[in-house]
Design a protein around this ligand. Structure first.
Ligand code: HXC
Length: 519
């Protein structure tokens, strides 16, 4: 072969590799409303930035006649490129090749880019669309998964890892995405479960559809496995690009501060009016978030899961932050098992990647009852407490209204190394709400009053006394647990100034192998 022929051969090989499992299977993928592995990469990365690695890799299996069925690339497209000019590594599973199933060499390709991403200190994005372990490869495939899991674990908290689920993701394969920072699912075309409907039926007798067992709606609302449900792959890809604006490239860097055209001293007069007249009335805390962050831009995580707490990314004067806010509009903003788990994971992710935390508090306490106690609210609530106490990033807290009991301590209180703790004049910081307190403190006296009218009058007097004394921010401010009481409309400016001051903050935890987080 002369050089010209060799070059033509190379071009031919490349074309062959780019066809994956062939045109028929590509057409089937499109019919199902799915993009191919390569189309997804093209959509994700800056135009022309993709540099493919290991295009010519093929599997080494000789069982089940596999030696005669080889596809270049072996079912996964790997490489690197840029998103908004910043380098990322990516793997994209190709369902057109053996259903995107994972072989030994396929796993080696993913591990190779994960190792490189760790050396370079840049994010890894995995696009999952796979029938799981390649059945013909047996334990080699299981070993391949475990190699990936080990790398997910080592990369955790070092480089951002983002998983998009754009097709099947079943069996042990779900554990790689579960080990990453963010899981995003495309609605209707993706699912995740440890065991599918058929096995579920034979083991438990339960009849359930794929969608109801592990679709995007279920995982983004009930299980909390998925942080995002995207209406389409296109929307999912845009979300990933957007999300990376808030992450640094790795844990040794700070998130990038961008130019901001929203005035830092913009007053939000409507916030002076936002609190309902009665403290048991609901309002939407997201209105406060939209009012105070740059340009009202808030990227909410877990929007449909544990809605009593709101978490997500935003910017203050161009500086990325993680926001955690109790949501009075849902279950009165109470902390329960799911809310604690959701917020704890978010707080730890922000802390791992040097993303400051802004916490907006309006919490009546922990949700009472046997369901919560049997479910382990003690241990789950402790996760959030632990996460805040362990976090060393700048922590700015604004108490909007209620901050009662243990929940007060948990929500980034001063004693959990809260750096700047503000309160609105509407704040109520106390051991418990007035009603509960009066019933405990005056129980005997109340029982001794026979006349119901007299009893109600006495209760109202005591309630007023309690509210006047405790339902305000000044008891806490008096002890320095609150640094200042601020006017609601000025909240944006005060948070920005606090974050500016805290930008050089250094805090450390004692040396240890690792903490024993209450899992
Ligand atoms: C090898 C596979 C495969 C697999 C699919 N294919 N899954 N090949 N190993 N695991 C092949 C099919 O033979 C077919 O090849 C092509 O991929 C497309 O599959 P279809 O079944 O035609 O597609 P579809 O109807 O869309 O169904 C997709 C599917 C189904 C739901 C994913 O293929 C399926 O149930 N596959 C098996 C899933 C599974 O049980 N995997 C193991 C999970 S346990 P042709 O040549 O016809 O195109 C696991 C353990 C991981 O993964 C452990 C980690 C610790």
């Amino acid at each position: 072969m002369d050089i010209q022929e060799k070059i033509e051969q190379l071009i031919h090989f490349r074309q062959e590799a780019k066809l994956g499992g062939g045109e028929l299977r590509i057409a089937k993928q499109h019919e199902q409303g799915k993009h191919t592995a390569r189309e997804r990469i093209d959509m994700l990365l800056d135009e022309g930035s993709f540099e493919e690695i290991d295009m010519f890799v093929t599997h080494r299996c000789t069982d089940f006649g596999m030696e005669s069925q080889k596809y270049m690339g072996d079912g996964v497209v790997t490489g690197h490129g840029t998103i908004d000019g910043r380098v990322v590594y990516v793997f994209s599973q190709d369902f057109t090749v053996f259903g995107g199933s994972l072989s030994e060499t396929y796993a080696t390709k993913i591990c190779k880019i994960m190792d490189q991403a760790m050396k370079m200190g840049v994010p890894v994005i995995g696009i999952n669309d796979s029938g799981g372990a390649r059945i013909q490869e047996g334990v080699n495939s299981l070993a391949g998964y475990a190699e990936i899991f080990q790398r997910n674990i080592m990369a955790s908290g070092v480089i951002p890892q983002i998983s998009a689920i754009f097709g099947p993701c079943a069996g042990g394969a779900v554990y790689s995405p579960a080990l990453t920072d963010v899981v995003l699912m495309a609605d209707k075309t993706s699912y995740m479960f440890v065991t599918g409907p058929k096995v579920t039926k034979s083991v438990t007798g339960e009849t359930i559809s794929t969608e109801d067992l592990g679709g995007a709606t279920i995982h983004s609302s009930k299980s909390g496995v998925a942080h995002f449900k995207a209406e389409s792959e296109d929307e999912g890809i845009l979300l990933i690009r957007k999300m990376l604006e808030y992450f640094p490239q790795n844990n040794l860097e700070d998130p990038i501060v961008t130019a901001c055209n929203d005035p830092i001293d913009r007053l939000s007069d409507e916030l002076n009016e936002i609190m309902p007249s009665q403290s048991n009335q609901a309002y939407d805390v997201k209105k406060i978030i939209y009012a105070i962050v740059d340009n009202g831009d808030f990227l909410e995580f877990h929007r449909h899961f544990a809605k009593n707490i709101v978490v997500g990314f935003a910017k203050f004067n161009g500086r990325p932050v993680g926001i955690v806010a109790n949501q009075p509009n849902y279950l009165a903003g109470v902390l329960d098992i799911d809310a604690s788990r959701k917020a704890a994971r978010f707080v730890r992710m922000c802390d791992a990647f040097n993303i400051p935390l802004v916490t907006l508090v309006d919490v009546p306490g922990f949700l009472p009852g046997s369901a919560q106690e049997y479910g382990g609210i003690i241990i789950h609530g402790a996760k959030l407490l632990f996460a805040y106490g362990e976090a060393t990033v700048p922590k700015v807290t604004v108490t909007l209204r209620k901050s009662y009991g243990g929940a007060h301590d948990v929500m980034s209180s001063k004693q959990l190394r809260g750096d700047v703790n503000y309160a609105w004049p509407s704040a109520e910081i106390a051991v418990m709400g007035a009603k509960g307190a009066i019933e405990i403190l005056e129980g005997k006296k109340l029982a001794s009053i026979i006349d119901p009218e007299e009893q109600a009058k006495f209760f109202a007097e005591k309630e007023k006394e309690y509210l006047d004394n405790f339902a305000n921010p000044y008891q806490a401010a008096k002890y320095g647990y609150i640094d200042d009481v601020i006017e609601p409309r000025n909240t944006r400016f005060r948070i920005i100034r606090a974050l500016q001051t805290l930008a050089t903050k250094k805090d450390v935890n004692p040396p240890r192998k690792h903490s024993n987080l209450p899992l």
